[in-house]
Design a protein. Sequence first.
Length: 566
Amino acid sequence: MPANAELAYNYFYYGIIPNNDPEQIKTLDRPYTDNANYPIYQTLLQNKLEGNHKIGNVDIDWFAARTSVASDTKDYTLHQTFYNFIGNETIAYHQVNNSSSDFARGFIENRETDYNYGASLKLSLDAGNFKNDIKIGYAGASKSNTNIQQKFLLRVDEKVAGTKILPMPGALSDWFDGSHYVPGGIGWQTRPLYSDEQYRGKVEQHAGFIMFDNRWKNKLRLVWGLRAEYFQYDLISQQIDPSDPQNVYKTAVEDKPWQFMPSANFTYSPTNKINLRLAYNRMAIRPQFNERTGLPYFDPIANGLIHNMEMVSSIVDNYDFKFEWFPGLGEIFSAGLYYKNIDRPIEREGYISNEGNLHLYNGNSKNAKLKGFEAEVRKNLGFIATDTFLEKLFISGNFTYNDTKVIAFKDKSETTDQDATYEVDRPLYGQTPYAYNLGLMYDGERLGISFLYNAKGDQYITVGYGYNGEEIQRPYAVADAQLSYRFLKDRNLEVKLNARNLFNRVKEFYNNYNSYSVSKGGNLQTEREMLELLPGATDKYDKNIDKILFRAYSGRIFGVSVNYTF
């Protein structure tokens, strides 16, 4: 229960004896620490050649680029530290278990090379108050990726030692000094774990487009066009662990090679300070190479193994309407509505195995529909009193609200158009229902002051097949401030003092597994369909009901910078 976990947490970190009764120490939950050391070395090399030419009223742009990225995770290590409460002492130790893969080391070698190229022609055709631009172009990309992984498990020589589990008290440096690499001791298992030497994939992407920009006086503007895009992903070889029980084998879904993506943006300006905008566009979100590899990889932040399932591109239809008013220099009042229809959205869904380990699956849901509202304001306060410091003072704010309907597949291994789906009571992966920021800025001739406060609601860090597999961050806010001053006669020496995360609020992550513990009955297939809220519980965090999965403070950050302009 959360209350028992709180007692163990307070004793472990702060030495608070539960209920001032030392006898209760022996009944506390024993904590453990997951340790991950991921030393990543990256090398980036980028070359680009581009040109711009003008022939009469025709503009010609072209480019060609090559980018190579080498990323090596060298000798990463994974292990757990266990703790025992003996008397009033907390004793740390480690353990090797031949039935587990928790104590491991390995390496990941990743190589990617991208070639990007394109060209466009822009022609201007004006006739009095009617101005027109036509742009025709092509953009292409050829990409290849290679990923090689190996993993080695720490094992005890159970034939001589007579046990599969060996406690390792004391410092790890003493265990790995070579003296325990003996019969009956420990050693690294070096047999190949995977069925292929490497993952290899390549992408060919080619797109032609045409765009029109039509303007009449300063009142009406229509920017519209069409992009025809060809996308082909080829899997050359795949590295997998055939013995992994968490592998998901499913019928492949075709990723249509051709997508036709229209767009239109209409603007009506009744005055030179007011705009009314209405827009539509279609876009494709493509899976990246790191979402194609067959081997799971450990995410130390999420504390779980990430698995990639066969994915297809997400196709998004965006609609939005926006009102904008610019009352003065640097000022804005705006409000807008938007709607998104996402076919096959890419999400990361959590699943808790029978052993209690977290597995995260990158894959496609069936569909998501998102509607929302946004508003923004930035206003100078000089109207309150002229010829005062208020003329240099601005206030700002922004607010966004989202409402989402997600249609998910009932089985993660059955994701064709004919497979069963249901509407899930959650937003999209990574989404928050609302977010806002408030700001105050003073920009004087010498003195500058700014304060910014950003806040968001509950955010789904991981969505779950069941409630125990999800992870939600509680509402969180961060405040930043900056103070600057320009010295010397020419004001060319500027000193800035920066403070980030002033209030240092705690980050807390939870799930609703305990809240949804009442069975609905009936013949339902998924946990989310079968369970409903406990009486008195909500779909938000409920203290003493829901479980806090992770709690951390990011800390305050202070900085000083000096800039001198010659």
